[in-house]
Ligand binder design. Structure first.
Ligand code: ATP
Ligand code: MG
Length: 701
């Protein structure tokens, strides 16, 4: 078995063997910070006699915790149990034993985010706007409060009067407590409250552990930082490890000042910095350094590496999101067929989950096995399935499986009553949907359930009535129906709205290719059978890629509006967080790094012209090899236009828009060209730009 001190450089060794009360390791990506944590755990247990159950290691995600645990067990006996987990896991452990002091029962229920949202909604019924944005703002503010952000700052950020926010937060907390329920933010929040207020519990906890280690410290929030201070072992060591350049959770209330705060709390902190990256070769390091150097407000540090040069990162300009996905799938097929890489050496990263759909479609077309690591595969998401269930019923009212998808969320329809509905349908030889129409005849069902079933039946009928209309119309109706269901359940979150826009976009695209409702549904039946195989391409959001490494990284959608995300553009600090997110993505690559952007993207149900991200320009032309799509349509296409706009066509020159019909992909425009001709053109296909705007950028070749 390997010794914990093998293959460590002198700084890493110093960190692993350090014996004082507080240690901080601050260093760049790939420099071996996580290696220090795992080696230190093994070293302290094996060579310094620390009991494994008196060691506690905390990281950010369950996946990172599993990975850390595997690395530790590579070094020590497999039967030795070492407590390693997330902050939530650690706090839940404390609370199950100690929450009685706050008046909760120890069998408290932990709410899913959507359940918590529903509870908030019951406290503030007026808050649910059409798109859920009001409730989202409130949920965010309440979460911020429990993460250590000041009430005044949150009230200002969310435009809510201070007193109102305080009242809502108090009412919400009372409702949670009455239900003996906790939301996820409550875990650190209430654990810290107990440790802060109950000195004897604090001392018990502090003496129960000899070694407390926290990885990815840059992403902790104020309450988690306080927890680390409260739990610092009386006789052992507290170790925090991280990289400020990789702080990407400000939007979830992480507090950038964590390292400084730690040094203030523990004045004798030993600080170790690690200089060299063992992950990146020279060209990846150079590109990532160029990007992060653009952040003016950081301590200047850069990745240094002694590894052989490797290949220049590639930047690919795609025509649209399908072309981008197709190129990536082609590259993956090429790299693996050469025998250079396994599927599992490759990860495809995206900024928002809705991007995964086009990528998944291309991977399926190329028979490339993949596994979606963040969130679920697009078509497997509950809300997407719900839209498709409406569509399936529109096509075939006897599709009972689809009906059950819709019925499973009807409250108070348990398995018993569901069985009764099924039996009635069988007895009458009708479809399950038809039995809903007569649900009012079942006297044993409470009135509220009968009404809920009628509502479901009516929604199905509304969508079904449109089955002979255009594909766009029937899909819109299905999205609306699913949206109403989710709204009523308090589940209409922003990411759901984004996914719905994507469902609409898929339908429009399908329509443009003369597809039918049936072929649309067939296309959605993605063969996911390979998804459990460990040798598969990994797909995940940039946020969930942190801490991981792959031999080849494909970063998609590196465009203005996606990365940096449109939401961040108003505030410099948020654009800087997007820059760090891009940096995190790039620095996951060991050998091959490919960035791509699409010059037009169907997004939010509309076509948009994509400008390459400012980050591509900052990384610099000399730091990447540029490739341009061979697909024909790379001229910019207009997303929207209005009557009177002056536009330019690549062939017919300038003209004025006279008539605009329809929306999104289906938009038709009639243009009177200056040469005298009048033409009716489909906006998404015609090579049109606003007159005076050139091609989008220097990279279009
Ligand atoms: P990140 O900031 O992305 O989380 P990190 O600093 O935690 O990165 P690690 O994941 O610990 O970096 O290490 C990066 C890679 O370098 C791993 O594959 C690790 O095994 C390897 N590595 C680290 N230190 C050494 C070393 N001294 N010798 C050889 N390989 C090393
Ligand atoms: Mg790490």
């Amino acid at each position: 078995m390997q010794s914990p001190l093998d293959d460590l450089n002198p700084e890493q060794r110093r960190a692993v063997t350090f014996d004082g009360p507080a240690l901080m390791v601050a260093a760049g990506p790939g420099s071996g910070k996580t290696r220090v944590v795992t080696r230190r755990i093994a070293y302290r247990i094996q060579q310094r006699g620390v009991r494994s159950d008196r060691t506690l290691a905390v990281t950010f995600t369950n996946r990172a915790a599993r990975e850390m645990s595997a690395r530790v067990h590579h070094l020590i006996d497999h039967h030795t149990h070492v407590p390693i987990g997330t902050f939530h896991w650690m706090c839940a452990g404390i609370l199950r034993r100690r929450i009685g002091v706050l008046g909760y029962r120890s069998d408290f229920r932990l709410l899913q985010p959507w359940e918590a949202r529903k509870m908030l909604h019951t406290v503030v019924p007026a808050a649910q706007g059409k798109d859920g944005s009001l409730l989202t703002g409130l949920a965010d503010a309440v979460s911020g409060l429990k993460s250590g952000i000041r009430l005044e700052a949150l009230a200002e950020r969310n435009s809510i009067p201070v007193e109102r926010l305080r009242r809502i937060a108090d009412d919400y907390q009372r409702a949670l407590r009455a239900a003996n329920a906790l939301d996820l933010d409550d875990l650190p929040y209430l654990a810290a409250k107990i440790l802060r207020e109950q000195a004897h519990i604090r001392e018990l906890c502090r003496t129960a552990v000899d070694e407390l280690l926290v990885d990815e410290y840059q992403d902790t929030n104020g309450v988690q930082q306080e927890l680390v201070e409260l739990l610092a072992p009386v006789h052992g060591t507290v170790v925090v490890v991280g990289d400020e350049d990789q702080a990407i959770y400000g939007w979830r209330h992480a507090d950038a000042g964590g390292f400084q705060r730690f040094r203030t709390a523990f004045p004798s902190t030993e600080v170790v910095t690690l200089e060299r990256s063992y992950r990146h070769h020279k060209y990846v390091a150079r590109a990532a350094n160029a990007l992060i150097a653009g952040d003016e407000n950081r301590l200047k540090k850069s990745i240094r590496t002694d590894l052989p040069a490797g290949d220049l990162p590639v930047c690919f300009a795609a025509a649209d999101e399908r072309d981008e996905a197709e190129w990536i799938a082609g590259e993956i097929a090429r790299l693996t067929s050469l025998g250079k890489l396994q599927w599992s050496d490759i990860a495809v990263l995206y900024r928002i989950n809705a991007q995964s759909r086009a990528l998944e479609d291309a991977l399926v077309r190329h028979s490339i096995p993949y596994r979606v690591l963040s969130g679920r595969s697009f078509y497997a998401r509950e809300h997407v399935q719900r839209v498709y269930a409406y569509l399936r019923l529109a096509l075939d009212s006897h599709d009972d499986t689809a009906a059950e998808v819709l019925l499973q969320s009807v409250s108070s329809l348990g398995p018993g009553r569901m069985g009764e509905l099924r039996q009635r349908a069988q007895a009458q030889n009708t479809a399950l949907v038809d039995s809903l129409a007569c649900a009012h005849e079942i006297p044993r069902f409470p009135q509220s359930l009968r009404s809920a079933l009628k509502v479901t039946h009516d929604r199905i009928s509304t969508v079904r009535a449109l089955r002979k209309s255009s594909l766009g119309q029937v899909v819109d109706a299905a999205v609306r129906a699913a949206g109403c269901d989710l709204d009523a359940e308090g589940k209409l979150t922003e990411s759901v709205v984004e996914d719905f826009a994507e469902v609409r976009a898929v339908a429009r695209m399908h329509h443009a290719r003369r597809g039918t409702l049936r072929s649309l549904l067939d296309g959605a039946t993605v063969d996911d059978s390979s998804s459990d195989s460990s040798n598969s391409v990994r797909m995940m959001s940039l946020h969930s890629a942190k801490g991981l490494e792959y031999r080849a990284i494909f970063m998609t959608g590196v465009e203005e509006g996606l990365l940096p995300h449109a939401r961040s553009l108003q505030r410099t600090a948020e654009v800087e967080e997007e820059r760090r997110l891009c940096y995190v993505g790039m620095t996951r690559a060991k050998d091959i790094l490919c960035l791509s952007y699409a010059q037009s993207r169907l997004f939010g149900g509309r076509g948009t012209t994509g400008q390459p991200s400012r980050f591509i320009q900052e990384i610099g032309l000399h730091n990447m090899a540029f490739k341009v799509t061979t697909a024909k349509r790379i001229t910019p296409r207009l997303a929207t236009t209005r009557t009177g706009d002056r536009v330019r066509h690549t062939r017919w020159g300038t003209g004025t828009v006279e008539v605009v019909e329809g929306t999104g992909r289906d938009t038709l425009t009639t243009i009177l060209f200056d040469t005298g001709g009048r033409r009716r053109l489909q906006l998404c296909h015609a090579p049109l730009s606003i007159d005076g705007e050139g091609p989008p950028d220097v990279f279009t070749g």
